[in-house]
Write a new protein. Structure first.
Length: 89
């Protein structure tokens, strides 16, 4: 049956033109889908990298805050020890 349809299309110029147009349209759609899919992947990778950077930045800020707090504690201890040392001099 498919062979009969194909022969009918190949003998009729209008049918051939319609078939060719349909085939080109389908190929264009497949290409568009592939392009959209790749664009979506690239966008997802960019968003992932951005989120990763934001998470790393937040972790880095947290580490800095912790280090600053520890330094402030040590500075306070040093100031206290210096004050005690100055009493004895």
């Amino acid at each position: 049956m498919a062979n009969e349809v194909l022969q009918g299309i190949s003998q009729n110029p209008d049918e051939r033109a319609r078939f060719r147009s349909r085939r080109i349209w389908l190929q264009d759609r497949e290409h568009e889908h592939a392009v959209w899919k790749e664009e979506g992947r690239q966008e997802g990778r960019q968003e992932g990298r951005l989120e990763g950077r934001q998470e790393a930045s937040a972790e880095y800020e947290s580490l800095i805050s912790d280090k600053d707090a520890k330094l402030a504690d040590k500075d306070a201890l040093i100031a206290e020890l210096m004050a005690q040392l100055n009493k004895y001099q």
